[in-house]
Design a protein around this ligand. Structure first.
Ligand SMILES: *Cc1c(COP(=O)(O)O)cnc(C)c1O
Length: 231
């Protein structure tokens, strides 16, 4: 694990990348939130984020977030960004403040029931596999209309927007296409359903510039902030 000084320097470097990506397309840097991804890093990764004023972290496993949450400062928000099995919906609802990786109708239904039972209104994003990557979870583009209907009918879920993970490819055009597809989809669905879908969670260490150019409102960054993950 890196030191806090190194972490601060990494945050500054990522902020600089955000600023210059925004400048290039005349977007306001305040419109792009930075979500530090602390998965596979010790609890200190979360404490470091809180110390520089980053108030939410991304984790990809229920178990790991559960034990970290117990030893972390109050006030940090926890976002689930990894695939969730529907039989863990109840646990996930207890631990996470938002679930970005809603990738099936079955999971959506389970989360709604678990949130209702916990007397919670659970913020979610719908994950779409816009890059049609066979190695990635997420609704197909053709399934997004049904996903939207179900999410809007779910009384204990609050739909904030959409999330995608671009396919890993040396050619940046592949990520660009996946991000632009998510933005277009958002515009279409938002108009059709009369729902703002204001959050577009897209972009990671390797492709955040492309994501910001395509309209990302939140980038999820692990490696550029914390170095390689300790698996
Ligand atoms: C791990 C992960 C990230 C962060 O990836 P880096 O390349 O380390 O920045 C972002 N989003 C999701 C969904 C992840 O699983």
């Amino acid at each position: 694990m890196i030191t806090f000084e190194e972490f601060k320097a990494n945050v500054a470097a990522v902020r600089e990348r955000i600023d210059s990506a925004c400048r290039a397309v005349r977007r306001c840097p305040e419109a792009v939130a930075l979500l530090p991804v602390t998965k596979n890093h010790p609890v200190d990764a979360v404490r470091f984020a809180a110390r520089v004023g980053l108030s939410a972290v991304g984790e990809n496993r229920v178990q790991e977030a559960h034990y970290k949450r117990d030893s972390c400062p109050e006030g940090v928000r926890w976002e689930l960004i990894g695939h969730l099995q529907s039989n863990k919906a109840k646990q996930a609802v207890a631990i996470f403040d938002r679930i970005q990786s809603v990738d099936s109708l079955k999971l959506l239904g389970r989360l709604d029931r678990a949130a209702a039972a916990a007397n919670k209104q659970l913020p979610i994003l719908i994950q779409c596999n816009t890059g049609e990557d066979p190695n990635k979870y997420g609704f197909k583009v053709s399934g997004m209309e049904a996903a939207m209907e179900a999410a809007l009918e779910a009384e204990s879920l609050r739909l904030d927007g959409l999330m995608t993970i671009a396919p890993f490819d040396e050619d940046p055009a592949v990520a660009v296409a996946a991000f632009e597809k998510l933005r277009e989809l958002r515009d279409e669905l938002s108009a059709r359903f009369g729902c703002p879908l204001s959050e577009l969670s897209m972009g990671m260490t390797g492709d955040l510039e492309q994501a910001i150019a395509a309209g990302s409102t939140q980038i999820r960054v692990g490696t550029a902030l914390y170095g390689a993950r300790e698996v």
